[in-house]
Structure formats: C-alpha cells, structure tokens
Design a protein around this ligand. Sequence first.
Ligand code: KIV
Length: 266
Amino acid sequence: MATKRVRAHHLAKMKQAGQPITMLTSYDALTARIFDEAGTDMLLIGDSHANATLGYDSTISIGMPEMTVATGAVARGAKRAFIVADLPFGSYESSTAEAISNAVKLIKAGANAVKLEGGIRMASTIRAIVDAGINVVAHVGYTPQSENALGGPRVQGRGSASDVVKEDARAVQEAGAIAVVLEMVPAPVAKEITDELVIPTIGIGAGEDTDGQVLVWTDMAAMTDWQPSFVKVFGQVGKALKDAATAYNEAVRSRSFPDSDHRFDK
Ligand code: KIV
C-alpha cells in the first residue's frame, strides 16, 4: 500500500472510478497505525469516542478537549489515511464564528477535515467553515447528536421522509462538503443519493450502494458483546485481548512468568 497521503481529490476520483472507499473510526495512535497499515482510506475520530472508549452513554457528553487530544493522537499514528475529526455536540451550533474556531482547533491537531451533523439546517455553517479553507464531511440521516430530538436511534428517510434526507444531502453538497456520511438510511434512498451526488457518500447502516462504508472499530472488532444489527464483526479482538490478559494473570500467579527466556539480561 502506497504511503502517499489520501486527499479530498483522491476520494472524489475513487467515486468517479467506482472504487469503494473504506473508513474506520480510531481514537488513538495505536489503532490509527494499525488501521493505516491495513490500508484504510479514511480514519474518523468520531464523537463515538465518547461511548466506544470513554465510557459515556452517548456521544452528547464529549467535548472539544477530548476530541482534540484524540485527533492529535490519530494524526501521529497514521501516515496515509485521510483524517476526519468530528466536531462534538455544542461546538458548532451557536455561531459560525465558534464553528470555525473549533474546526481550526481540530485541523491544527492534525485532521484533514472536520465532520458535523445536519443537512439543510447546517448548510450555512458548512459554507462558512469551507470558506475558511477547511474540508467538511457532512453527516445526514440518523444524526446521533440529535438523539433526543429524533427519539433515539432509528432509520431516517422511510417512505415520504426520503425527500428530507435527499434534500439534506443536496444541501450539504451545495454548501461545499467534500463527502457525506449517510447513517441509517434505507438502502434504496442511499443509492438514489449516491447516484445523484458528485461528492462521495459514506454509508453506515445504509446498504451496499454507497461510495464507501464506515464502521465504529470497536463494533467491527467485537470489543463488546453487543453490536448494532447493521454491523458485521470482522474479528473477535475483544475475546483475543481478554484471553491474553487471562493467560498473563495465570502465568504471573503460577510464577511461570517471568522465566529465564524473558529477562532483560538474558
Ligand atoms: O462518531 C462516529 O463514529 C460517527 C460514525 C457513526 C459515522 O459519526
């Protein structure tokens, strides 16, 4: 895998060439390096950092300090992937000035783009951030930061509501977004949007016809016992880690570790 940094124009070319774009979340330098070496095209410091690794119940609690630290760590770990950092809830809604100021912080920490949630209602904010010279990835369909307003995680855009998601997708493209995440959108609606838009669509729970796919890494690696129904588990990493820790504990307790093969002075 070439180590040349993936840039926004490469993502656009991948869409034109019909080449699927891969994206995983990452919240630290360790996983960033592993996913980067595996050839992942985009790494997302998602605000899912809150519930995936920091122990919060939802993404709503996380703020700029945690997101900025995680963005710096991922940027230090990845050489090739295009790095996208989420603007957390409360960091971009009050004013465009605050949105730009927080987007700048994430870019200074090492992100190549920021992501924010919302379609038509966020179009002017996206435009302002883009005008400040910052790449924006949009996020429409189910938007977890609005979970209270949306009544919890549920598919967006069923039946006549599909027009809302389509209008949102058109609005973020018009506002200058370089890509759009479609979360929990019916597959036929996601396909229609993907066929219509010039910018790449990255799906999560949105079927097989989007230009790319994103998953929360702790879901696809089964770090916990539960995953959303649209997630496929690609490795039992949680179990492997627990097995390793159990074996270590047993070895220390039975005094079989350390042994003469594992000494700094051997
Ligand atoms: O925070 C996140 O992990 C995300 C993905 C679900 C797209 O926004």
